[in-house]
Design a binder for this molecule. Structure first.
Ligand SMILES: [Zn+2]
Length: 117
């Protein structure tokens, strides 16, 4: 599956301004999105259970992050630095994050929403 986002080239308008030899501006169909105004991006799930770690950062509640110990924060930063992580049931990354953010936490709820559970 893919998700659609506004085209970076035409900001979603579907047209861009070009200039002819006389420097007369004209609106033409955006060559990047072919006038659609949107581009398809890969879904956030890279493969079964695998996610980009910036999604974990987005899912993390700032107050709950601040409540982590320095040691937990260090481990959390290592996880984020991996780039991609497998959040499938049974992985150590998942177990670690769920140990840091208990079942009543906003962060855990956000992570479960992210992974569709
Ligand atoms: Zn475009």
């Amino acid at each position: 599956m893919a998700i659609k986002k506004p085209c970076y080239n035409c900001s979603g308008g579907g047209t861009v301004t070009t200039y002819d030899g006389e420097q007369v501006p004209s609106e033409v169909e955006c060559p990047v999105c072919a006038g659609e105004g949107t581009l398809e991006f890969a879904e956030i799930e890279l493969e079964e259970g695998v996610y980009a770690t910036y999604k974990i950062s987005e899912a993390t509640d700032a107050t709950e992050y601040n409540a982590l110990t320095d040691g937990q924060k260090a481990v959390y930063h290592i996880i984020l630095s991996m780039g991609t992580v497998d959040l499938s049931d049974g992985t150590s990354v998942r177990a670690t994050l769920f140990a840091f953010f208990d079942e009543n936490s906003t962060t855990r709820a956000n992570l479960l929403t992210l992974i569709g559970e």
